[in-house]
Design a protein. Structure first.
Length: 272
């Protein structure tokens, strides 16, 4: 017996766009911006406290991304549906597109979905998010506006019992035009531990949005992961947003070095 179908939601309800005509070359995405579950899904069988955990979203990422976008006059595209419903930073054939388990937590409401239920979730959130990004980039390219795509995420300080020492991580594949100067600038900051393809790498299947919209078009791109205890409150969010804004304001991409597309770094793990 199929579950109740979600209420129809327009793209404007499932995807948020800030400053679509931004003058900055930077376009930001926040792929896991919200922990919102439409009422038709209930709590997916989870206790309420689980819905505030990292399994449901990237805590702190959206306030940081919004502050950067405002300071740079950049465009920001954000999801407005929890990744527990569908993970917009995954290809459609990914086993964790609709995650049956997140880290060590089983998601009862995601077990045994029919093809039609899966298709409804894709239409609800995944398709509008990616169509919106594509449309914005198409418009920018049509008017000859330079575009550099950056996705903003957060990660947990401890994952499956293992502590993660980095304050911030920069994820990239072999196109390092943005990543290299960004990493170099961060490494000059006192007391900041920078992960290079940590705590994730493209091998962990976390690079999909950038592969789909930036790498496919030859656009410079990078993924930012900030440890979420660093941005759990307004003070930390302001600190990291202002640091990154200062870096982006002066950042110029390096020349392209190679065009192969392969994952860098470590073995595959459950992804951000």
């Amino acid at each position: 017996m199929e579950r109740a179908r979600p209420a129809s939601l327009a793209s404007s309800d499932t995807v948020g766009v800030t400053n679509p005509g931004g003058s900055s070359p930077f376009v930001l995405t926040c792929d896991h911006a919200s922990n919102f579950l439409p009422s038709a899904f209930g709590t997916l069988g989870l206790p309420a406290e689980d819905l505030s955990r990292h399994i449901a979203w990237d805590p702190g990422a959206l306030p940081v991304a919004r502050r950067i976008a405002t300071a740079l006059d950049a465009t920001l595209i954000e999801t407005r549906i929890s990744r527990l419903i569908i993970d917009c930073n995954r290809p459609l054939d990914a086993p964790d597109l609709v995650p049956p388990v997140s880290e060590t937590t089983a998601i009862p409401g995601n077990a045994g979905l029919s093809d039609s239920e899966r298709a409804e979730r894709i239409a609800l959130s995944w398709r509008p998010f990616h169509d919106t990004i594509a449309s914005i980039i198409d418009d920018r390219q049509a008017r000859g506006q330079e575009t550099r795509l950056v996705s903003v995420h957060s990660f947990t300080p401890v994952y499956k019992g293992k502590k993660r020492p980095w304050h911030i991580g920069i994820i990239h594949d072999d196109d390092r035009r943005l990543a290299s100067p960004l990493i170099a600038a961060l490494q000059r900051l006192s007391g900041v531990s920078v992960g290079i393809n940590e705590p994730y790498s493209p091998a962990d299947r976390v690079y999909f949005t950038l592969e789909r919209h930036a790498r496919s078009r030859g656009l410079a791109c990078a993924m930012i992961e900030i440890r979420n205890d660093e941005i759990s409150g307004e003070t930390g969010q302001r600190k990291w947003a202002d640091l990154l804004t200062g870096i982006f304001s002066d950042l110029e991409p390096e020349e392209a070095k190679g065009s192969r597309r392969h994952a860098m770094g470590k073995s595959v793990q459950s992804a951000s």
